[in-house]
Each structure stands twice: as structure tokens, then as C-alpha cells.
Design a protein around this ligand. Structure first.
Ligand code: FE2
Length: 264
């Protein structure tokens, strides 16, 4: 079953937001992506324990599983590729966790090596944190968060647009892009039984990213449509493959009471 928000599987937000800046934001993002370094993300959903049971047997390679199974020699190479090798004690490797939301974030070189050497599948190969956030748990909290220098230099229209949205304050903002033919692995970001829907808005400027909610009971997909929406990321969700690059922007922060009232 899908938990949704306010009795709906997801909420389309187009009629509640001013999206007139989106064509210019889209042009800015596509051009900026040619000028800045980008990261990968995803790639460890199964070892994070957040994929639906029916899809646990999918063949894509998960870096959490790969790192745990590395020989000492492989781990030594992996450590050398870190941005801070001395921060990783090989004797404690099985106590440490690596990657997004873990003790030790992956470096770009480690991601590329995990992909090339072990076949790890990173669904989102264009990942840009415009307002970096270390821990998932404080993504709605603006305390101590700033737009990155790169964001301010290359994404001024995107920042202005994000700040125009009905948030009390922005706590996190990132661009998530998928290469042609790649798909977003189905996962959930919270447990809907114990957590209220996280407040955030997804913007798909080109309207061409095929997000879906996954009903694990019926094993069916429910498409999420539109250029602006809020879905419950405690519901399983994934992105269908398409023969072209596409991306979305996710902005986290507490939503203004007026918007919540209107949506309710
Ligand atoms: Fe997610």
C-alpha cells in the first residue's frame, strides 16, 4: 500500500507555486552542469535495508556489500582513493560505514573505482549539492546551512527560485540527474509507520523524469506526474529508465503553514 500525504498518493503542487522561472532555471542548470564537478549518489540502497523485499534480488551491485567483502589488499586501494586516507583505520574497517549518510563519505575516485572495478551501479550519476547537508535527519533544518560557493557562482537563478518557494527556510537543495537508460532503484527514505512525511518539494523543470511510487503489496507502480510535487518519501519510490538524460531538484525545509492549509 501507499501511505501518501493528506489522503492522496502524492500532491501535485503546480497550481500552488509560481513556476514561471523554470524555463530560465532549466537553461541555467543544463549549462552549469558542463562547468562543475558532479558526484554520484545512490548505489547502496540494498545494504542500507531500504529496498522493498520483493526487489531485494535485483542484480545491480551494491557498494555496501562490495566494501564489506573486499580483501585487505582491495580495501587498501579503496582507502588510498579516499579524500582522507589517514582518517580511515584499516584495523577498524568492519566497524566503519561508508557512503551517503555514513561515517565516511565516498570520494569521487572511490565511486569511480567501485563502478569500474566491482560493477557497482550508481543510479544518480549527476548529483550536485547546492546547499550541502551532512545528515539526512537535519535536512529540513536551515541551522548552519549555506548555499555553496559553486551554487552561488553557477546557479543564481536556481537559488532565487528555491528561495521563492513556500518554505519557512530552505535546509537542503540538490540536483539529481540520471543518464540515459539508467533507472532509479526502488527504495524508501523513511519508515512511514513511525515517521511523518518529510517536508520537501521536488521540481522537475523539464517535466520528463518518470518518478513512480511502488506499492509493495500489489507490486505495481503509480506514476508521479507534473513539474512540481510533494510525495511521501517513506513510500517506496523509483525512477523509470528513459532514453535521455533527465533530472530533478529536491528542496527540503519546513513548508509554510499557508501551503499546508491549502493542501489539506
Ligand atoms: Fe529517495
Amino acid at each position: 500500500m501507499i501511505t501518501g500525504i493528506f489522503g492522496k498518493p502524492y500532491l501535485r503542487l503546480e497550481e500552488h507555486l509560481d513556476l514561471s522561472a523554470l524555463p530560465a532555471v532549466h537553461e541555467e542548470i543544463c549549462l552549469a552542469l558542463t562547468k562543475i564537478p558532479v558526484d554520484y549518489t545512490g548505489g547502496s540502497h540494498r545494504s542500507m535495508g531500504i529496498v522493498p523485499p520483493s526487489l531485494e534480488g535485483e542484480p545491480w551491485v551494491d557498494y555496501g556489500e562490495v566494501i564489506a567483502a573486499m580483501t585487505d589488499a582491495e580495501f587498501a586501494t579503496f582507502r588510498e582513493l579516499s579524500d582522507d586516507p589517514r582518517g580511515i583505520d584499516p584495523a577498524r574497517r568492519h566497524e566503519l560505514t561508508f557512503g551517503e549518510e555514513r561515517d565516511v563519505p565516498l570520494s569521487r575516485r572511490q565511486m569511480l573505482w567501485l563502478e569500474a572495478r566491482f560493477g557497482v551501479y550508481f543510479p544518480w550519476k549527476v548529483y550536485v549539492e547546492l546547499m550541502p547537508n551532512r545528515w539526512w535527519g537535519d535536512k529540513a533544518d536551515p541551522e548552519g546551512k549555506v548555499w555553496s560557493r559553486t551554487a552561488r557562482a553557477f546557479f543564481p537563478k536556481t537559488i532565487a527560485f528555491a528561495e521563492s518557494l513556500p518554505f519557512v527556510a530552505v535546509g537542503r537543495c540538490n540536483i539529481m540527474g540520471l543518464h540515459a537508460n539508467d533507472f532509479g532503484t526502488v527504495h524508501r527514505d523513511a519508515d512511514p509507520a513511525t515517521e511523518a512525511p518529510a517536508p520537501f518539494i521536488t521540481i522537475a523543470p523539464a517535466g520528463n523524469k518518470r518518478l513512480f511510487l511502488w506499492d509493495e503489496d500489489t507490486r505495481t507502480k503509480h506514476p508521479v506526474e507534473g513539474r512540481a510535487y510533494w510525495f511521501n518519501d517513506g513510500d517506496y519510490h523509483g525512477v523509470d529508465p528513459d532514453p535521455f538524460f533527465r533530472y530533478s531538484i529536491r528542496i527540503d525545509g519546513d513548508l509554510r503553514p499557508e501551503l499546508l492549509e491549502a493542501l489539506q
